[in-house]
Design a protein. Structure first.
Length: 223
């Protein structure tokens, strides 16, 4: 089975969801998408994840991001589960804000590299991994995270990596360091010549002296 890799184009799949049928590329439009799968409906960890992501919907909206969940269960189960999620996470404002894909035959899960093809007919094994894809407006996979069934996602980390991806699209001469959050210093790529760096960042370039004598750590907050 072909594996999805960063830089691949997400296929233009069709799917039924809790908010009606979608044709992915049309549904996405010119927005970013966070597409995330769950092992099953009516499971405790997944309930907390879908709830917290729903609560953070305004933060995704601010970043021009649409949300799309996926689970290999019946559409009616999704609808019933959403009612449970809203009851458990009482701070979700208004209607549940994003659709959940119904993928009973698991074909989409296989196509999106969320499940092993050889296990897709075995309901005891055929649980989608906790996969999360960040997809840019050109339908390109920009980030992939896979969690075990036992570990819930960190919503702040999802937002942080989106901030990083959108920043480097806007300023391709930089990268974000470990634990970076918006407003903190970024790293200037080694491929950027010193004269160009000084011009790009208004002379606000800090250099770190290394024992090797090689100047390769340069930072700026002027981005």
């Amino acid at each position: 089975m072909p594996r999805l890799r960063i830089g691949d184009t997400i296929p233009n799949f069709k799917a039924d969801t809790t908010q009606g049928p979608i044709h992915f590329h049309d549904w996405q439009g010119d927005k970013w998408v966070v597409l995330f799968s769950h092992p099953a409906d009516f499971t405790p960890v997944c309930t907390t994840e879908l709830g917290r992501i729903a609560v953070h919907q305004p933060h995704f909206d601010k970043r021009n991001v649409k949300l799309l969940a996926h689970s290999c269960d019946k559409l009616q189960d999704h609808v019933d589960w959403v009612n449970d999620i809203k009851s458990y996470c009482r701070d979700i404002p208004g209607d549940f804000p994003y659709p959940i894909i119904s993928d009973e035959d698991r074909k989409l899960a296989v196509e999106l590299d969320m499940i092993d093809a050889q296990d897709k007919e075995d309901e005891t094994k055929a649980k989608t991994v906790r996969a999360l894809y960040v997809i840019d407006p050109k339908h390109v996979l920009r980030l992939s995270m896979h969690y075990p069934q036992s570990t819930g996602r960190n919503v702040d980390e999802i937002l942080r990596v989106i901030d990083s991806l959108q920043l480097v699209d806007r300023v391709p001469q930089v990268a974000t360091p470990a634990n970076w959050v918006p407003g903190e210093k970024v790293m200037i790529l080694p491929s950027v010549k010193e004269e160009e760096a000084q011009k790009l960042f208004g002379g606000q370039v800090d250099k770190v002296t290394m024992p090797s004598g090689i100047v390769y750590v340069r930072t700026t907050t002027n981005y």
